[in-house]
Design a binder for this molecule. Structure first.
Ligand code: SF4
Length: 364
């Protein structure tokens, strides 16, 4: 795998999906047997991953199994919850205590760890000692929305490797620049994105949207650029991505990325939509839609302004049940291409859906 590669797999079986991504990536080739391997999930709050905020524990379990099966013994899981919560509680509630016991892998609570100051381009940043000691960092963020930065994924997840007082300071000096600079100082060698159930609006969860996908790559800037467009954003909407690219953390040139889909999934089993997702479902006519497809449409509808939503005079058809339909109406995804107005893709991306709806609702 090189830094331009992005591997994507669809489904809702995290254990087999992570195995598939690791087999394709062959990360073991980049790690020495003596290396300390750090796995950094997102456990921002003490809530189970089904609520859309935290990393699915089976993904981390799959990484540990894969590495231990290849003789790597020096592995640690490190994380620091946000200021309002306790990492110890998050480790317990999110299922990481069990992983630690089962595989004999230590859990490092960075809220209790020491730290030192490092500098980049005139900015001092305190970073936890445990994170700086790691020889090979595997970042396992959740792709989800964030109320201040629009999205959070690989780059922002590294904020769990700084002490609480530094997290507070990041907010007072504007999040974007310090996030970009932190990523210049702190290594990450491989990224696995948990895109199974990211939250629609907030990083603390509560509004989960089933997206049924996982993504892997080596370049966190490229991964975040890809993740942003999956949620319907350009990198202009998420300044820290471009800043990180401009200082050499990685590349945001998605046109030159090699995106390889390892596996499609036509699963139509979905969790019941809640709150905002439930409200948006009234704009959709669905018949056997794959979860990944439906999730992309919900996210696109969430990004629309109220006027465009009001201009949607008819429901958007989506799902395998519309494969044989031809005629009037609007359809989302390749299965609904028989509708007069439609957007293609299997599944289509949120950004493409968003632009398409904006076009058909303009001037209505
Ligand atoms: S276009 Fe059809 S088959 Fe493809 S993801 Fe959507 S519903 Fe599933």
């Amino acid at each position: 795998m090189n830094r331009k590669d992005i591997f994507v797999t669809y489904g809702n079986t995290p254990k087999s999906m992570i195995n598939e991504l690791l087999l394709a990536s062959k990360i073991e080739k980049d790690i020495k047997q003596s290396d300390l391997i750090g796995i950094k999930p997102n456990l921002v709050v003490a809530k189970p991953s089904t609520l859309g905020a935290t990393t699915t524990p089976e993904i981390v379990e799959g990484i540990v199994e894969y590495l231990q099966g290849r003789g790597f013994k020096n592995i640690a899981i490190l994380e620091g919850a946000w200021i309002g919560d306790s990492t110890t509680r998050a480790f317990k509630i999110c299922g990481y205590e069990e992983i630690s016991k089962k595989y004999n892998v230590p859990l490092i609570d960075t809220q209790k760890d020491g730290y030192r100051v490092y500098s980049y381009n005139g900015m001092d940043i305190n970073i936890n000692d445990a994170a700086m000691k790691v020889d090979f960092m595997i970042n396992v963020p959740v792709l989800k929305a964030h109320c201040q930065t629009n999205i959070t994924c690989a780059l922002k997840n590294m904020k769990g490797c700084i002490p609480d007082m530094e997290k507070r300071r990041f907010h007072t000096i504007g999040l974007h620049k310090p996030i970009a600079y932190l990523n210049k100082l702190l290594r990450q060698d491989f990224v696995v994105v948990d895109g199974l159930m990211g939250d629609l609006t907030f990083e603390e969860g509560g509004n989960p949207v089933q997206m049924d996908r996982m993504i892997a790559g080596k370049d966190p800037v490229l991964i975040d650029t890809y993740g942003a467009q999956l949620l319907g954003y350009d990198i202009g909407d998420v300044p820290y991505i471009k800043m990180a690219g401009d200082i050499g953390v990685g590349s945001y040139d998605l046109d030159r990325a090699h995106i390889k889909v390892l596996n499609h999934d036509y699963n139509i089993k979905r969790i019941k939509p809640t709150y905002r997702a439930k409200e948006l479902a009234k704009y959709i006519e669905e018949q056997e839609a794959c979860s990944a497809c439906y999730g992309s449409l919900i996210r696109a509808l969430d990004r629309l302004d109220q006027r465009s939503l009001e201009n949607l005079r008819e429901k958007i058809h989506i799902g395998q049940g519309f494969k044989n339909h031809t005629g009037e109406g609007i359809g989302c995804g390749s299965c609904a291409k028989g509708f007069k107005d439609h957007v293609l893709g299997c599944p289509p991306g949120t950004k493409g859906i968003l632009e398409w709806i904006q076009t058909i609702t303009k001037g209505v």
